[in-house]
Write a protein that binds this ligand. Structure first.
Ligand SMILES: [Ca+2]
Ligand SMILES: [Ca+2]
Length: 300
């Protein structure tokens, strides 16, 4: 009987202490709301560090242009609550169906997740700079097919609790109308009054971000004695044409509609021009040299 009383007593005390602990816990540590991280500023620049904002980006032929996205992120829970590994930049042409959720594509959609440089960490904020290597064939939004669009950079900040917020800014990517030529044209040696029988090929490579047409012009060739008029050079955009049906080169630029496609990858899109030459019947001798000019013209 004594043993039973002691047991009941002990049990009652234990139950009371559990209730007390629960009560104290609720009162002393109420759940505190997590503050969202806040993207305070977004600047797009082509210089670093802390470069000045640009409202249009000029690309570089056959190269990548580094776009620096920088600004400040803050979090009322402290800078250490900002998850730098999840700091994300989406940079995309804003006419895409999925906008910032677009699949990565060097033509129109770039993404950086983590990897941004974090500096100037304060109690509740830090600075970031993310680098986007923009390809020379990125879609232009100044004129042409996508002229009504812009490129947008969306900065997405995430904190250690998974809360997010974002800010978006816009810029243009300018058209880059550019080409490369394969090299010199060597017509070889042949007699007065004769016409070169085989084509001399010149490869044109699109090295910008627009479709191209080309203007062709040239100067008379200067020879050791005399000169060869520019019109003695003929060209065509398909091989094996007879000299008589090929286009005569002129001193003033002539537009040729070739619609050389915009690049969509690093593999160059090319066209080939084929040249032939007729030597004058008399009045020239020795080695002859001249300068032909091929100019890229945007085809939108
Ligand atoms: Ca937070
Ligand atoms: Ca535009």
């Amino acid at each position: 009987m004594v043993w039973l009383n002691r047991f009941i007593y002990a049990y009652a005390v234990m139950a009371a202490s559990l209730a007390l602990a629960g009560f104290i816990g609720y009162m002393s540590t109420p759940a505190r709301a997590n503050a969202e991280p806040v993207v305070g500023s977004v600047v797009m620049s082509v210089t670093t560090p802390n470069g000045a904002p640009v409202d249009a980006i000029n690309l570089s032929e056959l190269a990548t242009t580094l776009v620096y996205v920088h600004g400040t992120v803050s979090d009322a829970d402290g800078a250490s609550d900002i998850n730098a590994d999840q700091l994300q930049v989406d940079f995309y042409r804003n006419g895409l169906a999925n906008t910032f959720a677009c699949p990565e594509d060097n033509n129109n959609c770039y993404r950086v997740v983590g990897g941004c440089q974090i500096t100037n960490q304060q109690a509740n904020s830090e600075d970031y700079e993310c680098i986007i290597p923009l390809q020379y064939y990125a879609d232009p939004t100044d004129i042409g097919t996508w002229g009504a669009e812009q490129w947008e950079a969306r900065i997405l900040a995430t904190d250690m609790s998974g809360a997010t917020s974002s800010v978006t800014v816009a810029t243009e990517v300018n058209s880059l109308t550019a080409l490369n030529l394969s090299g010199d044209l060597g017509y070889g040696a042949f007699g007065l009054g004769t016409t070169s029988t085989s084509d001399v090929a010149l490869t044109i490579t699109n090295t910008g971000n627009t479709a191209l047409n080309v203007e062709a012009s040239g100067a008379d060739m200067a020879c050791a004695r005399g000169a060869i008029p520019v019109s003695n050079q003929h060209y065509a955009f398909s091989p094996g044409q007879d000299f008589s049906v090929m286009t005569s080169l002129t001193a003033t630029p002539t537009l040729n509609i070739v619609n050389l496609n915009k690049q969509t990858s690093a593999a160059s899109a090319g066209a080939t021009m084929y040249f032939k030459l007729v030597a004058p019947v008399f009045g020239v001798s020795g080695s002859c040299t001249g300068l032909n000019t091929i100019t890229a013209v945007s085809a939108g």
